[in-house]
Design a protein around this ligand. Structure first.
Ligand SMILES: O=C(O)CCC(=O)C(=O)O
Length: 277
């Protein structure tokens, strides 16, 4: 038995490559975070979209609160052990009735982090199901190596390069149905993707903590950014990222911008072109 996960859930994560759902907060509390997001988007129209969908937790206190929510950290500790840090975050928003989707991929492919057993909590702030375009996972796919990915740059594909694994056993895919306030955890090697949001009125908002790195993990392509999460996770050569005290302080924005440039250099390393996210 872990701090929040049962032994069965911990075993399932290691065997299947993901677990879901895990309760983090009440539906009302999650909805209030969705409202805080909406208010921030209205006040700062360019600060949470495009390249700035990345690492918003460095500039906005409500995203920082979510990233360091004790239930999230307890669940990560149950998987990774007592020492880990946070590398980054991504807001995955699909607007109602939009064609945006996420192709089948493995996160570890372009993230430059080794070893590749880091973990991503994905927190739902709205309903995430078949209708709104939830994530689907291919069980046990994390037990294989990185599969060849083709960079499609598909217009509606919201992954950086539109990277895609071919010949996925889609009949085995498991949908991760989440209510607002629940999260899933997935392994960096698990093949996963998601379909468009067909709802007429409901945004699908997921906040991915991408990813929590175990102590000893290193960055092989770019700068090794480091936000302490639990235990002793500092290492030589790491670049420490401070947490925000207020929204959009100029130093935080500078840190986030540098971090996003580094993020982009890593994720597009060797790519034929770059998009603005
Ligand atoms: O939000 C989605 O639909 C996909 C997110 C994803 O690929 C991830 O969190 O690794």
């Amino acid at each position: 038995m872990g701090k929040v996960l049962s032994q069965q859930q911990i075993n399932a994560y290691h065997e299947q490559g993901f677990i879901s759902p895990i309760d983090v907060m009440s539906e009302d509390e999650a909805t209030s975070y969705a409202h805080r997001l909406k208010a921030a988007e209205e006040k700062y129209p360019n600060e949470l979209s495009g390249v700035n969908r990345n690492n918003g937790h460095l500039c906005f206190t409500f995203l920082d609160e979510l990233a360091y929510h004790p239930k999230v950290l307890d669940a990560v500790e149950d998987i990774l052990g007592a020492h880990f840090s946070l590398w980054g975050s991504v807001l995955f928003i699909k607007e109602p009735n939009s064609s945006h989707f996420v192709s089948w991929h493995q996160d570890a492919t372009y993230m430059g982090i080794t070893p590749r057993h880091f973990v991503t909590p994905w927190i739902a702030l709205t309903h995430s199901d078949r209708h709104t375009g939830c994530m689907s996972m291919i069980p046990k796919s994390h037990l294989n190596d990185i599969q060849p990915h083709k960079d499609t740059y598909g217009e509606d594909n919201i992954l950086t390069r539109g990277q895609e694994v071919a010949n996925v056993a889609v009949d085995q895919a498991v949908d991760l149905i989440l209510k607002p306030g629940q999260m899933s955890l997935h392994h960096a090697m698990t093949i996963h993707g998601s379909q468009p949001n067909q709802s007429q009125h409901q945004r699908r908002i997921g906040f991915a903590l991408q990813s929590f790195m175990p102590a000893g993990a290193t960055q092989t392509i770019g700068q090794n950014n480091w936000s302490p999460a639990r235990g002793h996770c500092a290492q030589d050569g790491y670049h420490y990222l401070p947490r925000p005290q207020i929204d959009m302080a100029s130093e935080s924005v500078m840190t986030r911008d540098k971090c996003n440039q580094n993020f982009s250099d890593i994720l597009y390393h060797g790519a034929k072109s770059k998009r603005d996210y």
